[in-house]
Design a protein around this ligand. Structure first.
Ligand code: WTA
Length: 651
């Protein structure tokens, strides 16, 4: 995480290029007008957006019903997400898009598929019929555990077509993590693939599904996409091949007319307890925010080739690989593999090959590419690019400037977008034709979003100054709850301040009121832009019989932003060797997934605790990052623990 002091020394300002502003979907005048309306009457602003950017079967009666912390947007309105992403681009004024590429897909081995809107519509209708044929009804949850292949997009849209909420589990999660999510969401059916390609080799997925479903009572259907051709075992009566089911499916399926508040998807994310929470998003409000932000922030035009590099297993992939761009009728690029296969220039070769115009990625990737050397992007013609975006973690000014110069050729505006799984869509961001940017700042809230910085006591701060990031008024894409746990929803987000959303991030505002996001202030780490709870890793560690106690903290890392450091007291004493460290790393991978594997494990006899038994994480963070602890240790139970911890060797 960038040090806020160094961020705030950043004085460079980049003004929008007048030529860009002239053609921007939202120019200065539009933005000024929307800011005014959004501040005065956010409901009216969002209602205007919902009407302008979406097609509704039935208009809503009430824009917002707000019984804190429960919001309903566009009450009484009916619509369908797949209709808005597909059908309306095939009829009436949109009909010319029929043969426009909806998805340009490239697999890691270099195989490609270009899917037009008409074709995507056909495939989605067919798979919607397959789902129905498997007994999936409106409201039933469908778990998708897939690689980045077009079938994932097809399956998502098919779910929305029939009103079956999907829950996508990132393919990097382990069988155990998958099973937890399947159980929590109460899925009936799992859609998966034999595997996918990563780093030049096939990786398995079906095997994890088999392990997750061993002796499972509820899930009795699995549909398997053949992607790699690797051997998989098919369970008789439960497992079926995607291509076999699709062969007989009808390409006609009317979109269900769904209530604006019908559940659209549940996506699990880490919180400050051991158990991931299922963030619930619904239909009308989510799509309104996602389509509006896509159009305004990425300035999408019909001539654009847009590429968001996120995996669809994360919220960024949901909102800005699939729903936002397709609702805009845009061409969205999907790439299956890792950025550096077969060489460190794969991404840049993709931009040149497909003529990508708008590119959205994460700071951790940018930092990796800086390290790999400028010669790789310089080998390719990146002149098609006209707009760049960043998401997932604070972008340090050095990375921002490199992105601007080396990738953007100094001519592309950069939109640094702050948002969360919970917010559904972007909340704080530059608007590229209207807002001056400063490297490292997400600038200002989107129109209609009432973001503020509070003191701990709950008073708004006056810029310049820092505090806790909150949102004071409901917004259409906001989470509607935590699946099956309204109490946790209230406690997690709404208990700090009355009727105000608590984001869990620290933020600073400069004199001009620009937001500088400082990162999580809770026990959630941001590893390469992905959220991992310290408690999640701790519970994985203590579930191993050789671990008596464990405490997990993040330390700054040049590439991944944060790296995981685990302090472990082994049951057999601290003499346990490297072998146990390796075993524990592998154990965490098995319990959660490789992204949660600690970068470093340190053995210790005891953990520093307060007299009331709370682990002193601040101290551990200082030790992990090699800083001397300046903080107050007067309540520390045993000072000798500290000294020993500092000595504990690193791996
Ligand atoms: C962090 C990802 C600084 C933040 C969309 C937030 C950011 C968490 C930015 C949400 C940004 C996201 N600048 N920090 N532009 N964007 N974050 O749920 O800490 O995976 O709370 O959503 O990422 O992560 P999530």
């Amino acid at each position: 995480m960038p040090d806020i002091e160094s961020l705030l020394k950043e004085k460079r300002v980049f003004k929008p290029d007048p030529a860009f502003t002239k053609n921007a979907n939202w120019n200065k005048k539009t933005v000024a007008e929307y800011r005014k309306l959004g501040a005065k009457n956010p409901e009216r602003f969002w209602a205007k957006m919902a009407k302008e950017h979406l097609t509704w079967f039935t208009p809503w009666k009430k824009t917002l019903q707000w019984k804190p912390p429960f919001a309903k947007w566009f009450v009484g309105g009916k619509l369908n997400v797949s209709y808005n992403c597909l059908d309306r681009h095939l009829e009436g004024e949109g009909a010319w898009r029929k043969n426009k590429a909806a998805i340009i897909w490239e697999g890691e081995p270099g195989d490609t598929r270009v899917i037009t809107y008409a074709e995507l519509h056909r495939e989605v209708c067919k798979f919607a019929n397959v789902l129905k044929g498997q007994g999936v009804k409106k409201g039933d949850r469908v778990v998708l555990y897939m690689p980045m292949v077009p079938e994932l997009a097809i399956a998502m849209l098919a779910c929305t077509r029939i009103g079956a909420p999907h829950s996508i589990v990132f393919g990097g999660f382990s069988a155990d993590a998958l099973r937890d999510r399947i159980d929590d969401v109460g899925a009936k059916i799992v859609i998966t693939a034999d595997g996918g390609y990563r780093k030049g080799a096939p990786f398995p997925l079906k095997k994890a599904v088999d392990d997750a479903l061993a002796n499972h009572e509820v899930v009795d259907r699995v549909v398997v996409v053949r992607r790699t051709g690797q051997d998989v075992s098919m369970v008789e009566g439960r497992d079926q091949w995607w291509h076999e089911l699709m062969a007989d499916a009808s390409p006609k399926c009317a979109p269900a007319k769904l209530d604006a508040e019908h559940p659209l998807f549940i996506l699990y994310t880490s919180g400050s307890t051991g158990k991931p929470k299922g963030i619930l998003h619904t239909t009308g409000g989510y799509l309104t925010q996602v389509v509006t932000t896509t159009k305004a922030i990425f300035d999408l035009k019909d001539s654009d080739v847009y590429w968001c590099t996120a995996d669809i297993g994360w919220i960024t992939g949901h909102s800005y690989v699939i729903y936002g761009p397709l609702a805009c009728g845009a061409t969205t690029l999907m790439y299956e593999g890792v950025p550096v296969h077969p060489g460190p220039d794969r991404w840049w070769s993709l931009i040149a090959k497909w003529g990508v115009t708008v590119f959205y990625t994460a700071p951790t990737a940018i930092r990796t590419f800086i390290r790999l050397g400028d010669e790789h992007p310089k080998k390719h013609d990146l002149s098609s690019l006209r707009l760049l975006g960043s998401v997932g973690e604070p972008i340090n000014p050095e990375a921002w400037i490199w992105y601007h110069k080396i990738i953007g050729g100094k001519k592309c505006p950069i939109v640094d977008t702050w948002w969360q799984t919970e917010t559904g869509g972007v909340m704080i961001t530059p608007l590229p034709g209207a807002v001056d940017t400063k490297p490292g700042s997400a600038t200002l809230p989107f129109p209609g979003i009432d973001a503020e910085v509070y003191t701990e006591e709950g008073d708004p701060t006056k810029p310049p100054g820092g505090g806790l990031l909150v949102v004071r008024k409901p917004w259409p894409g906001m989470l509607r709850g935590i699946w099956g746990d309204p109490q946790r929803f209230k406690e997690q987000y709404w208990s700090q301040y009355k009727d105000t959303y608590f984001a869990g991030d620290g933020a600073h505002r400069d004199k001009q009121g620009y937001f500088w996001i400082m990162g999580r202030i809770d026990d959630v780490m941001n590893i390469s832009g992905h959220r991992i709870g310290t408690m999640e890793v701790e519970s994985a560690l203590v579930s191993h019989s050789s671990v008596a106690e464990a405490a997990v903290v993040g330390r700054p890392d040049d590439i991944t932003g944060t790296a995981i450091v685990a302090f472990v007291s082994p049951t057999g004493g601290t003499d346990a060797g490297d072998e146990l460290k390796q075993t524990l790393r592998a154990h965490v991978s098995k319990e959660i997934g490789a992204i949660a594997r600690p970068a470093e494990i340190r053995f210790t006899d005891a953990l520093p605790k307060t007299r009331s038994g709370k682990i002193m994480r601040r101290l551990l963070r200082d030790i992990a990052s090699g800083k001397e602890s300046k903080g107050d240790t007067s309540t520390l139970e045993d000072f000798s623990v500290l000294a020993k911890l500092r000595e504990s060797d690193e791996t």
